[in-house]
Design a protein around this ligand. Structure first.
Ligand SMILES: Nc1nc2c(c(=O)[nH]1)N[C@H]1C(S)=C(S)[C@@H](COP(=O)(O)OP(=O)(O)OC[C@H]3O[C@@H](n4cnc5c(=O)[nH]c(N)nc54)[C@H](O)[C@@H]3O)O[C@H]1N2
Ligand SMILES: Nc1nc2c(c(=O)[nH]1)N[C@H]1C(S)=C(S)[C@@H](COP(=O)(O)OP(=O)(O)OC[C@H]3O[C@@H](n4cnc5c(=O)[nH]c(N)nc54)[C@H](O)[C@@H]3O)O[C@H]1N2
Ligand SMILES: [Mo]
Length: 689
């Protein structure tokens, strides 16, 4: 028996981007474990990816190209050959382009595979050459990044491992223990050295349970909380005047505006008791180094951009950037987009006609818009499960159900979206193809190479678009570059971050830390990459969260299930065990509605309704309800808002307004509970307690 260990990494959309080792025996992966030598992975994966091989060898994997035989949404298919599938898809795309123009074709992908090559490689070249509509990939991080960059000029601030030096850590709207578990040992290390950990989240998450202090604001009110803190800081003379004068613009205006946010007003706006606002402000301004850690939770609101401008302004007010362990810890992607040769991968020189762009968050509206010119007539989905993860799910599904829409889906599984496909094509898993990881919240490059042969007839995204390019007669040679060629092109970089790192080294060692100057103190002396070179403090008016008429509760549908990664894994038996699609209410809101734990309740919004089991776990604050995100079938996104945030084109779906009412027994209304609930739509997960 032959046994080898192949190094690689996890391309899931996650801040951790772990390095792993795959043990392969006789061509089959038998073990997959975190790389013990990688300083950030530290030999452990996570609750999801510990069982990654469940995914690779799942009996549910799509093994062959499939063509639809039933109605859209039914998921009835017949097996076809790759040759037949590719020839027919190419012909259909050509027909659409001839009749409506290439902009009637829309690629639809996100970061289901976040490796650089499989996320944004041959697909970008192919669709650019075709002149298809461009997709604004805004569902995650764009609003946060736009808000942070408006202040700092970049979205990269502190580096994650430097959190060990922090003595006050504000985990602001991020559920570290669940969503970013590899940061947690560093938080713990800081704590052992005396750091205080504060979680600011409307929900008492697993992370909040671990914290020294949990502050529970109303969703979307963080801007008011930050202004309240700045008001206290200014009133008590705790700001860093020297830092503000030398390196920032707008302090006078910010201070004046913050003056209108005394603790009593902040309490009214945020639901956080005034004395807590004062205590938080004092602690933040007087403890050094102080770190604010945030990812995306607070961005998914109508005024999410303003929240991130507030969060980025705070460390400028206190001069927290002066010390290692101080500042805003958010993104690191820019270190990789600068360092890796991303232009060589995307090859922006391959161009067809310049095309319009459409925002992914509003796919439902796009597909149902009678005035869109040209209409979207063909959709090519990969690395994404829009029928599950996009807001206003019913509208998205109505669009996907259109008979005149030609839909191709490439995935490993028969996802909610796949059920609507005209062609469903088998995609490779992370251990079956080449890639290079470009992490968004840590600083290590990881190389992926195939550890095993593709399962069934699965092919990588790169191979899919090479085949389509050839079938459509596109003869640019770069449309036939291999995945390995693209990996090598990405690593062929003169940038100082990549000094000493090349494909050969990564083939030998698996991963390497970016070369970054140490100590990492990007803004200790200003040097903000803004137009003025100064931090541009947030000085606009605070805008209160908007309420949808008549609906009193705010729905947060965040990533609480430990074993899911968005909608990935929720269909696998060992991952789904113990996770429940339910609605959590506060005791106050439940009592006002006569709801007890375990009751079936109807939750409705302006877009749809669900029937769910109510849970009273004392985890959400009054005024807020929570439904976990990631289940297949009718889930939280039936309810969620498909409006846009104020910056960056992201969505506002964490600000969704709902009402909850006790479900009338089915016989009384003449229709079954199942007809109201997701069960009627083939939900894979039982709604029973
Ligand atoms: N287990 C697991 N891990 C994951 C994922 C997953 O699905 N499952 N997804 C990955 C992805 S794609 C991402 S982007 C990251 C995201 O990582 P996080 O940003 O940490 O995750 P979220 O669950 O989106 O949001 C975090 C918290 O924000 C809170 N929140 C919502 N609105 C507000 C607000 O207005 N103010 C404040 N202060 N808090 C608010 C929510 O209650 C939630 O607990 O996680 C990644 N890691
Ligand atoms: N209500 C609510 N909605 C949310 C969120 C929330 O917290 N609440 N979170 C939002 C956020 S932050 C994000 S990032 C999005 C995530 O939304 P998505 O990007 O859609 O993430 P997943 O649900 O993991 O789906 C990714 C799909 O890509 C497939 N895939 C993986 N690798 C490959 C590959 O190599 N090739 C191909 N062709 N397919 C592959 C997987 O099998 C999976 O079906 O969801 C957003 N939607
Ligand atoms: Mo995300």
């Amino acid at each position: 028996m032959s046994s080898t260990v192949v190094r690689g990494g996890c391309s899931h959309d996650c801040p951790d981007s772990c390095a792993w080792e795959v043990t392969v025996e006789d061509g089959r992966a038998v073990k997959l474990a975190g790389d013990p030598n990688h300083p950030y992975t530290r030999g452990t994966l996570c609750a999801k990816v510990n069982r990654y091989l469940d995914r690779v060898y799942s009996p549910d994997r799509v093994l062959h190209p499939l063509r639809r035989t039933g109605a859209k949404g039914e998921g009835r298919f017949e097996r076809v050959s790759w040759e037949e599938a590719v020839a027919d898809i190419a012909a259909r795309l050509q027909t659409v382009a001839a009749e409506f123009g290439a902009e009637a074709i829309l690629p639809f992908s996100f970061a289901g595979n976040m490796g650089l090559v499989q996320y944004a490689g041959m697909d970008r070249r192919f669709f650019a050459r075709l002149g298809a509509s461009r997709l604004e990939r805004t569902i995650c991080g764009n609003t946060a990044n736009a808000g942070v960059a408006a202040v700092l000029g970049t979205s990269t601030g502190m580096l994650p491992e430097d959190i060990v030096h922090s003595r006050l850590i504000l985990l602001w709207g991020t559920n570290t223990v669940v969503t970013n578990v590899h940061l947690w040992p560093f938080v713990r290390q800081a704590r052992e050295a005396g750091a205080r950990v504060v979680v600011i989240d409307p929900v008492r998450t697993r992370t909040a349970e671990e914290a020294d202090w949990h502050v529970q604001p109303l969703p979307g009110s963080d801007g008011a909380l930050a202004l309240g803190m700045i008001n206290v800081i200014a009133a008590e003379g705790l700001e860093d005047r020297d830092y503000l004068e030398r390196y920032c613009s707008g302090w006078e205006a910010l201070r004046e505006r913050a003056g209108a946010f005394p603790p009593e007003r902040v309490e009214r706006l945020t639901g956080v008791p005034g004395e807590q606002v004062v205590e938080l402000a004092r602690a933040y301004a007087t403890t050094r180094p102080a770190c604010i850690r945030t990812l995306v939770g607070p961005e998914k609101h109508a005024h999410g951009g303003q929240t991130f401008r507030a969060l980025a302004s705070l460390p400028c007010v206190t001069g927290a950037w002066r010390e290692v362990g101080g500042g805003l810890l958010h993104w690191t992607r820019s270190l990789f987009s600068d360092g890796l040769n991303t232009r060589a991968v995307a090859r922006t020189d391959i161009r067809g006609p310049r095309a319009r762009s459409l925002n992914m968050v509003q796919l439902g509206r796009v597909l149902n818009d009678p005035d869109l010119e040209p209409p979207v007539k063909a959709l090519v989905v990969f690395d994404c499960n829009p029928a599950s993860v996009l807001p206003n799910q019913n509208l998205v599904r109505a669009g996907l159900a259109r008979d005149d829409l030609f839909t191709v889906v490439s995935d490993l599984f028969r996802t909610d979206t796949a059920l609507y496909a005209d062609y469903l094509l088998p995609a490779t898993s992370f251990i079956e193809h080449w890639d290079v990881l470009f992490p968004w919240s840590q600083t290590y490059v990881v190389l992926n190479r195939p550890a095993v042969e593709p399962v069934g007839e699965a092919i990588s995204n790169g191979e899919l678009f090479r085949r389509l390019a050839a079938a459509m007669g596109f003869d640019d040679p770069h449309l036939q570059d291999s995945d390995e060629d693209m990996v090598r092109a990405a690593l062929d970089s003169e940038h100082p971050h990549m000094h000493g790192i090349d494909a050969e080294r990564l083939l030998r060692e698996g991963w390497a830390p970016l070369n970054l100057p140490r100590p990492w103190l990007p803004f200790a002396e200003g040097n903000f990459p803004t137009a003025s070179g100064r931090a541009e403090l947030w000085t606009e008016d605070y805008l209160e969260p908007e309420a949808e008429a008549g609906l009193p509760l705010v729905l947060v549908s965040a990533k609480t299930p430990l074993h899911f990664l968005n909608s990935s894994y929720s269909h696998l038996p060992r991952h789904a065990r113990g996770e429940e699609l339910c609605v959590e209410l506060s005791a106050v809101d439940a009592a006002a509605r006569g709801v007890a734990d375990g009751d079936r309740v109807r939750v409705h919004s302006a877009r749809g309704e669900l029937t769910l089991v109510a849970r009273l776990r004392d985890r959400v604050r009054p005024g807020v309800v929570a439904i976990p995100h990631g289940f297949w079938g009718a889930g939280a996104n039936v309810l969620t808002s498909d409006g846009l945030a104020d910056l960056g084109g992201g969505g506002d779906f964490y600000g969704t307004r709902v009402e909850v009412s006790k479900e009338t027994p089915p016989h009384a209304v003449g229709r079954s509970v199942a007809a109201l609930s997701g069960e009627a739509e083939g939900v894979a997960v039982s709604l029973e307690p």
